[in-house]
Design a protein around this ligand. Structure first.
Ligand code: AMP
Ligand code: MG
Length: 405
């Protein structure tokens, strides 16, 4: 008898096929205020040294280190934001954190160590030159690369841009995604639920994930289980999207029309993957007037499409955005606190990772059935249990951290 596992294909092969030939989308210039979460399409060079001038790291007194160890007259007071005059030799200067260091001074003594008597200040001996001085260019030197192409603009990067006085950046436009929910049984929230019908969980779930991965949903439609409708809506979706995502309808049931429609309109590969949840996956290309749209056909089952989005859509959006951080989910080792075993398919178990003093521990949601979306709600990682493997409590397992960047 043929080994059924030999017919199953690997996740890695499907991912390579999905990403083959994917190029970053076009770029656009936007204001930094609107740039949170966007991906840089070009390097940003520093226009300024940061700090832009030598300044004090303390509230205190600036002087020449060689003048320390005596009473010195206080010849200047420099609040932060005021210009500094050169240091008169043999004097010290009252200044504050962030105040410009006066030319000629080379160190700052913190105020707690200084005694004041009228206009005189006692400076302790043995102050090293450079003490408590933040040198110009220590953080960033003008002309060097401030941020690299492919950087996702999160808090610190936005701070770096502002620190340069930059107000506009060139980023990738958001990849355009069309979401098609197939199934005659699917009803959107807000509509009454008839017998045999279920609400559409996949649409809001995938929309949220796509937004977290840096994409934008430009079309979201339900598709009746009907060949002509499926063809029509696939064409409409391909015309406006970089990626058309369908849910459901990629099994080989007689009500599954995505496959037949794709074969008529473009090109399709149906994958039977050695993974659980989500064995079927459709990958295709739909020609359009100005190129082609990619198609990813996720299984209808919400758990399968949730896991499939992390495994396939996140790297796809990473490739479209030119963002290396999205290419692979961060992987970490954790101790399982559960028992499980797999057969011919790798299992992506929904787990909650807890970071305990003795190391990360993965707790599996009790019911790992692929129909149980509750398992995804508290999961912050997918434990990857290889095929034909038994796991006992305490065993080390690989986990994929579910993060958008
Ligand atoms: P299919 O792949 O079309 O055979 O669907 C597999 C299972 O997922 C069926 O039980 C469907 O009813 C269910 N399903 C398909 N699409 C959705 C959706 N958008 N929301 C919730 N369940 C769905
Ligand atoms: Mg269906």
């Amino acid at each position: 008898m043929a080994d059924p596992s030999s017919e199953l294909q690997s996740v890695e092969d499907a991912l390579a096929a999905l990403l083959e030939g994917v190029r970053p989308v076009a770029s656009e210039s936007i204001t930094c205020e609107a740039a949170a979460g966007r991906v840089l399409a070009e390097d940003v060079a520093a226009r300024l040294d940061v700090p832009t001038f030598d300044n004090s790291a303390m509230d205190g007194y600036a002087l020449r280190a060689e003048d320390a160890g005596q009473w010195l007259p206080v010849s200047q007071r420099i609040p932060a934001g005021a210009p500094a005059k050169p240091l008169a030799p043999g004097t010290c200067v009252r200044l504050f954190t962030g105040s410009e260091l006066p030319p000629g001074a080379d160190c700052v003594v913190m105020q707690e160590r200084v005694e004041r008597d009228g206009n005189q200040a006692w400076i302790p001996a043995d102050i090293p030159a450079g003490d408590n001085v933040r040198r110009r260019g220590r953080d960033v030197s003008v002309g060097t690369r401030l941020l690299a192409t492919g950087t996702r603009l999160e808090a610190a990067a936005l701070g770096q841009l502002a620190g340069q006085g930059i107000t506009e950046v060139t980023v990738r436009r958001r990849p355009r995604i069309a979401l098609l929910s197939t199934g005659d049984e699917i009803v959107d929230p807000g509509e009454p639920l008839g017998p045999g019908q279920i609400y559409n969980s996949n649409r809001p779930m995938l929309r949220r994930l796509i937004e977290r991965f840096g994409g934008e949903v430009v079309m979201a439609r339900r598709v009746a289980d009907d060949f002509a409708t499926t063809c029509h809506l696939l064409g409409e979706a391909a015309a406006q999207a970089d990626v058309v995502i369908t849910t459901g309808g990629v099994s080989v049931g007689e009500e599954d029309h995505v496959k037949a429609a794709l074969e008529q309109l473009g090109q399709l590969d149906l994958w039977r993957l050695a993974m659980r949840p989500g064995k079927p996956l459709a990958l295709g290309r739909l020609p359009t007037t100005n190129g082609e749209a990619r198609l990813v056909g996720l299984p209808g089952n919400p758990v399968s499409s949730y896991v499939g989005a992390w495994i396939y859509l996140r790297p796809l959006l990473g490739a479209l955005l030119g963002s290396p951080a999205l290419a692979e989910l961060p992987r970490l080792r954790a101790r399982a606190d559960f028992t499980t075993h797999t057969r011919e398919r790798r299992h992506y178990m929904r787990v909650e990772l807890r970071f305990l003093p003795e190391g990360p521990v993965a707790s599996a949601f009790a019911d790992q059935n692929s129909g149980v979306l509750s398992s995804c709600v508290t999961a912050n990682a997918l434990a990857v249990v290889p095929a034909n493997t038994s796991i006992a409590p305490g065993d080390a397992i690989d986990c994929l951290w579910l993060t958008e960047a």
